[in-house]
Design a protein around this ligand. Sequence first.
Ligand code: XMP
Length: 328
Amino acid sequence: MCVLTDKRPETMERITTPELAEKFIAEQVEAIRAQVGDKKVLLALSGGVDSSVVAALLIKAIGKQLICVHVNHGLMRKGESEQVIEVFGKELDANLIYIDATDRFLDLLAGVSEPEKKRKIIGGEFIKVFDEESAKLEGISFLAQGTIYPDILESDGVKAHHNVGGLPEDMQMELVEPVRLLYKDEVRVVGEALGLPWGMVYRQPFPGPGLGVRCLGAITRDRLHALREADAILREEFEQAGLVGKVWQYFIAVPDTKSVGVKDGKRYEGWPAIIRAVNTTDAMSATIEELPYPLLHRITDRITHEVEGINRVLYDLTPKPIGTIEWE
Ligand code: XMP
């Protein structure tokens, strides 16, 4: 059950082509079937690259013996939970349990402004919801996880840093971790070979606590809504401009502060939307993408006109260091 001693063999070929991905998939399907037999497997499916690829692999290997649980903590980006339902619930016909826990999370977070406290609440509540849900299920013997090789290299073999994916330690289940020896780029090649949508496989990194780290200070529903809408516009415009897959990470943060503006001849107080668009290889340091001015103007125009509550758009030019990528 323990993966701590897992080491990628020196001889293991890097998966770079569809052919190599197919070979890996065939091997893993065999290995999963041998490990699991006719027992049931539980998976927390966030919709991120790693858990999605693990879900698709397991569906191929054991079909309905896999039970996916998707917890919507209310801090997902626009359309994300819907995509999980569409792809896994409908297209892949998976055994998917969808839990909309938005109210639980947002009620607990109300009035909490300290970043670490917010993270703890989100992580803790996630475990609680997942625990409650798995307690309702019977005969689950295995827990699948989207652990990848850098997780093993960087931590203790579980997604400890991914504090929303971190699951209860006392869960007495054997682990199934089919992509634990793969690097991220390999997971993506495998995901494509499994037929997952491009947008899911090449998704930019998204923190476990989701928009919770980008809705700065105490989260309110109206500001969270504004953030989600502004972020969706930014992503749409990046897509239109052909920047998806070229810029490593891009998003909006909305601070808990207002300034005076003017709209339709009247005073209009609103929050600023801050654009972050960075490039990096390891997230330890990051540079700023040189976005074209016409694109920045267009994004500003759309966000200030289309998003209720936003009256300014700013572009954060701070590299990491000294600024972190997220604002928190
Ligand atoms: P910072 O803000 O520290 O972020 O420069 C570095 C990278 O880590 C991502 N990030 C997270 N990823 N769970 C994750 O899986 C998290 O809790 C988390 N917090 C930050 C961040 O988006 C950036 O890519």
